[in-house]
Design a protein around this ligand. Structure first.
Ligand code: SF4
Length: 459
């Protein structure tokens, strides 16, 4: 969500005459886009803001701004805490940024703009696309959340749930595809409830509409709330040929007692039932999740229930976190807080267990041929080589199940031809690592395995 918002900030400011620079020291304007979902992210934000003081001393004309959820939550308090800061802007102020920055440029004043729209807030943002040559991009389809999980600040800092009109979404994706994008990830805090409040399309219907866009190869989405995952969406994994076989379905705990205290509105039984339906409908679908350890009151028995659920599901990947109190979140007031050492111990157990499943899943793909979209050079590729063609370049892309595959361009055989970002490549998987796969390209531009490459699964 923040990556998408940062792109929107860049688009707004480009129209106001600003260009992005990779060098902090060269910037005339520094914007920090923040996240407050966990205490650690907020601490990091304040530590970065502190470091900006030195830069501002060297360059007094520098404009410094902070946006995102910490800005929305703390508002004017940040200006008091960070004396060298010029602007605090909230989650709904992105389209007002050019005006706000303009005022600071001319009047050298300090501004706080954390105003949120009155409810209900129609979300009808015009399409925004730029010319960054990326293969995969995010597209926001809704904002805010109505779920009020007791540990979460999103409803307070991003407002109530509002869905974007499907016509605007389609326009934006078509613009992106026109500039070379092949894959979009539709974003929302709970995409499964897309359009319900406004009486728009259902999310499954939206996915089928997006599927019709010519030139678009793949669709992903995040995030799904288990309570709202319906059969139509489950069926879409089979019927929608561009919808990737991966779902991120945050469970947060395997204990019904904890799920109730978290206000998640589902049980472990319902979650396991949805997982079974997904796997029945779309064998080979990758399921990833989020888990919180050390939620207030979590007993050893509750934690065992979480481990038991993990054994039953065998997630492809897991984002696990230690619970931390967040301002405004109801759980902050809950008694029976878990000690930091116990939280750390539980996190460690959970991560070690998950590692075995991730390894097992990845190793199961060795020998299979996966369809990936070449996204660019792999992370390990040296930056220097990006400037010149390099036949030994290490490329990277993702499977339909969202696993990263790295490979050498030079290893191509079969259909041959050049690889460039956006090309469909069939890759034979040779090695499995903890966070990626390694393979050898065997064909380019072939859709023999379908866009998802599912027909090529080894097992
Ligand atoms: S569903 Fe719950 S955890 Fe997710 S954004 Fe909404 S309130 Fe937060």
């Amino acid at each position: 969500m923040n990556v998408y918002d940062s792109e929107q900030i860049a688009i707004q400011l480009a129209a106001a005459g600003y260009q992005q620079t990779p060098l902090l020291e060269k910037a005339d304007l520094v914007i920090l886009n923040t996240c407050t979902v966990r205490a650690k992210a907020e601490q990091k934000a304040f530590s970065f803001l502190g470091r900006l003081a030195r830069l501002k001393k060297k360059k007094p004309g520098l404009i410094t701004a902070v946006g995102g959820c910490v800005a929305q939550q703390e508002g004017a308090k940040i200006l008091e805490r960070v004396p060298h800061l010029d602007l605090v802007f909230g989650t709904q102020a992105i389209d007002r940024l050019p005006d706000l920055i303009g005022k600071i440029e001319t009047k050298r004043c300090r501004i706080v703009d954390v105003a949120m729209a009155e409810q209900p807030d129609p979300f009808d943002a015009a399409p925004a696309a730029d010319h960054h040559s990326q293969v995969a991009r995010f597209v926001t389809i809704m904002r805010g959340c109505d779920n009020y999980c007791t540990y979460c600040v999103v409803p307070y800092v991003r407002g109530r749930e509002a869905s974007r009109h499907p016509d605007r979404i389609m326009e934006e994706i078509k613009l992106l595809v026109g500039s070379g994008v092949k894959e979009v990830t539709l974003l929302g805090q709970n995409v499964n409830s897309y359009g319900k409040k406004e009486g728009l399309l259902s999310f499954a219907e939206l996915l089928f509409r997006v599927q019709t866009i010519e030139g678009l190869l793949r669709i992903r989405f995040t995030t799904s709330h288990p309570k709202d995952l319906d059969q139509d969406l489950i069926d879409a994994f089979r019927a929608n040929e561009k919808l990737c076989s991966h779902i991120h379905l945050p469970v947060q705990s395997g204990s019904n007692r904890m799920l109730k205290r978290m206000n998640r509105n589902y049980t472990r039984e319902l979650y396991l039932d949805k997982v079974a339906k997904l796997r029945d409908t779309c064998p080979g679908i990758a399921i990833t999740s989020d888990m919180i350890v050390g939620f207030p009151g979590e007993s050893d028995a509750d934690f065992d229930e979480t481990l038991d659920l993990m054994r039953k599901v065998e997630f492809d990947g897991l984002f696990a976190f230690m619970y931390s109190d967040r301002p405004n979140a109801p759980a902050t007031q809950f008694k029976a807080k878990i000690s930091e050492p116990l939280k750390r111990e539980r996190l460690q157990i959970l991560l070690e267990m998950q590692e075995t499943y991730t390894k097992k899943k990845n190793e199961g793909l060795i020998g299979s041929i996966q369809t990936i979209i070449a996204e660019g050079f792999s992370k390990r590729q040296s930056a220097a080589s990006l400037d010149e063609p390099n036949p030994a370049a290490q490329w990277s892309g993702r499977t339909a199940t969202n696993k990263i595959v790295n490979f050498y361009h030079q290893a191509i055989s079969g259909n041959g031809g050049a690889i460039f970002p956006g090309k469909l490549v069939q890759v034979k998987i040779e090695k499995a690592y903890a966070h990626s796969l390694w393979g050898k390209p065997v064909d380019i531009d072939s859709t023999a395995g379908g866009l998802k490459g599912e027909k090529s699964y080894a097992a």
